[in-house]
Write a protein that binds this ligand. Structure first.
Ligand code: ADP
Length: 577
């Protein structure tokens, strides 16, 4: 409970006026809830003593009508304020969480699955906000109501009867709540199972085309069923646990009721109490039931929220390994990149994927990277995106370690076209402008021209404004590739990286793009990973990768003169033409 308070304490401080208003409204609601039974008790005694007249009758009726109206209004304003406040808290939490996700590095995304991260931002966060607001209602209101009711019972009716019947309640309920603490373990397990279910649903929705194409619906449904059944069973276990416990709370209350009735009747027989007083007393025990059950419910919410807070906090406390230096340097005038003995191993792999790489790339050069699939080409060039830290060795930009530079600066000078294209549900133009939202129309048109995307525009029904369907559904594979190239080009990057980005375009288009790159990117650096030799033949330097190492390097002319992988593959490709 205090854990949650620590997490939201700042929010209560910031919103103290709203919390004060909620507190005042709750006090009012509590008082109004306790009044009707009292008025009724007085009425019974007035009737029994035969002293009822028209004035007191009118007064009693008016009070009994006005009290519920006032209670309705206070409850309305209270609920309105609570909802608004909890939405505000959820908004703040979610905003900070999403910001954190953007700060995290690639290793983090290897560790946590999408479904897990989503469930932390949705279900877990909901539990926290509900607990944060219901905590004051649950604790302050209910405890306040219980204390006021008990005081009225003890002071105005009978302290002996209060002692006899009410003492059982806090004792019984505390014991039951201690037993309930055990549920936290089950809730924790359930949160993990729930995250796995979210992950599976996400995978099925994202992969529905592939699943249908391979007629895997049955298998996928089986898998879905498995995670859903897991979720239901785990939840059922928690509910059963709760169901076994909940009636015990009612038994505590029932005992209090019986004690009040038996001893109350005795006190009336001994003329220590009137009938009206016993009616008030028993009504108040009835009134106590609500707050007592609510407090138990709040304990349950706090229990769940404690687990959610831990899960949420785990993410908020994670620090990325790849982060800016305290006083980062800026790249003023890019001249050269140097890989010195660079080795890199993916966080959950045993062996390094690239090994002892030495390579210098100078401004204005075009570098070709070739080699068998899985040889580490992509891994090597992605080191320039600062997704991970290298395992050993160093990468230097203009003689200074890449780690010293502001990450944003590095990403600004690099235009990376990945192998898989992420397109957003926006217009084609907006998808390109993600590369540089400030680009002028001229810059946009130039990028489209270099990427040879111009010819596609008039096939699109609304030209550049055509909305791209989810996952780029309205565009062909080649068009998506060219759009991605235009996106990288619109920022006019110092270093353009085409990571096998010309694979889905035909030979003519490839030639046009390469010519345009030459024409418009003089003095800029290009790194081209390719399978087709035509894409890299004119490069200033070609490196051949195999099993994470550079096994050959040189120009096309040089490499075709030595007997090696390049020459063999080149001859093979030429003979297939
Ligand atoms: P290439 O671009 O030459 O085809 P990659 O650099 O994409 O090769 O991959 C090289 C090796 O690294 C492959 O064996 C691949 O399975 C592995 N790999 C790629 N990405 C990851 C990753 N995120 N985690 C673990 N291994 C990876």
């Amino acid at each position: 409970m205090f854990n949650i308070y620590k997490k939201i304490g700042w929010f209560i401080k910031q919103e103290w006026k709203t919390y004060l208003l909620m507190f005042t409204l709750l006090t009012l609601i509590a008082l109004l809830a306790l009044t009707p039974a009292y008025v009724l008790g007085i009425a019974i005694d007035v009737i029994v003593s035969k002293s009822l007249n028209w004035t007191s009758f009118a007064f009693l009726i008016t009070a009994l009508i006005l009290i519920p109206v006032a209670r309705y209004l206070s409850s309305y304003f209270y609920n309105y304020t609570v909802n608004k406040t909890s939405q505000k808290l959820a908004f703040t939490f979610r905003k900070n969480y999403l910001k954190k996700l953007f700060d995290m590095d690639a290793e983090f995304y290897e560790k946590y699955q999408k479904g897990d991260l989503i469930s932390r931002a949705t279900a877990d966060l909901d539990m926290i906000t509900v607990a944060a607001t219901s905590m004051i209602e649950g604790m302050i209101f209910n405890i306040g109501m219980i204390l006021i009711a008990i005081s009225i019972m003890a002071i105005t009716i009978s302290w002996e009867l209060t002692l006899i019947s009410v003492t059982i309640m806090p004792i019984g309920i505390t014991i039951l709540n201690i037993i309930r603490m055990k549920k936290r373990e089950y809730v924790k397990k359930h949160r993990v199972i729930y995250a796995a279910m979210t992950e599976k649903i996400l995978e099925s929705v994202e992969g529905q085309k592939t699943i249908r194409a391979y007629v895997q619906e049955e298998n996928d449904l089986k898998e879905q069923k498995r995670v859903i059944v897991n979720d239901i069973e785990s939840w059922r276990y928690i509910i059963n646990y709760e169901n076994r416990l909940a009636p015990m709370f009612e038994s505590v209350y029932a005992i209090a009721y019986i004690l009040a009735f038996v001893f109350g009747a005795l006190f009336i027989m001994q003329q220590q109490m009137t009938v009206g007083q016993l009616v008030i007393f028993i009504s108040y025990i009835g009134i106590l039931y609500g707050p007592i059950i609510s407090i138990s419910g709040v304990f349950q919410q706090i229990n769940n929220a404690t687990v959610a807070v831990d899960r949420f906090d785990e993410i908020m406390k994670t620090e990325p390994d790849v982060k800016d230096d305290e006083i980062p340097d800026h790249i003023l005038d890019f001249k050269e990149i140097e890989f010195r003995d660079v080795t890199f191993k993916y966080p959950f792999d045993e062996q390094p994927t690239i090994n002892q790489i030495n390579l210098t790339v100078k401004k204005g050069q075009t570098i070709g990277v070739v080699g068998p699939t899985g040889s580490g080409k992509s891994t090597l060039i992605r080191q320039l995106l600062r997704e991970f830290n290298v395992t050993s060795g160093h990468i230097y930009i203009d003689g200074k370690n890449i780690k010293k530079y502001k990450i944003e600066d590095i990403r600004k000078i690099v235009g990376y076209v990945p192998q898989s294209h992420m397109l957003f549900r926006r217009g084609v133009d907006d998808n390109i402008l993600i590369g540089n939202p400030q680009a002028t129309i001229d810059q946009l048109n130039r990028a489209i021209k270099i990427a040879d995307f111009e010819k596609d525009i008039h096939y699109l029904n609304a030209g550049l404004q055509t909305k791209v369907g989810e996952g780029g559904a309205t565009l062909s594979g080649g068009q998506k590739q060219r759009l991605s190239i235009a996106r990288a080009l619109v920022k006019e990057p110092e270093i353009l990286i085409l990571d096998d980005s010309l694979s889905a375009v035909d030979a003519n288009t490839e030639e046009t793009i390469l010519e345009q790159l030459k024409k418009f990117r003089t003095g800029k650096t290009n790194i081209i990973v390719a399978h087709r030799f035509s894409a890299i033949r004119d490069a200033d330097l070609i490196i051949v990768m195999d099993q994470g190492k550079i096994i050959e390097r040189g120009t096309h002319e040089e490499l075709t003169k030595i007997d090696g992988w390049y020459k063999t593959q080149y001859i093979q490709q030429m003979s297939m033409k």
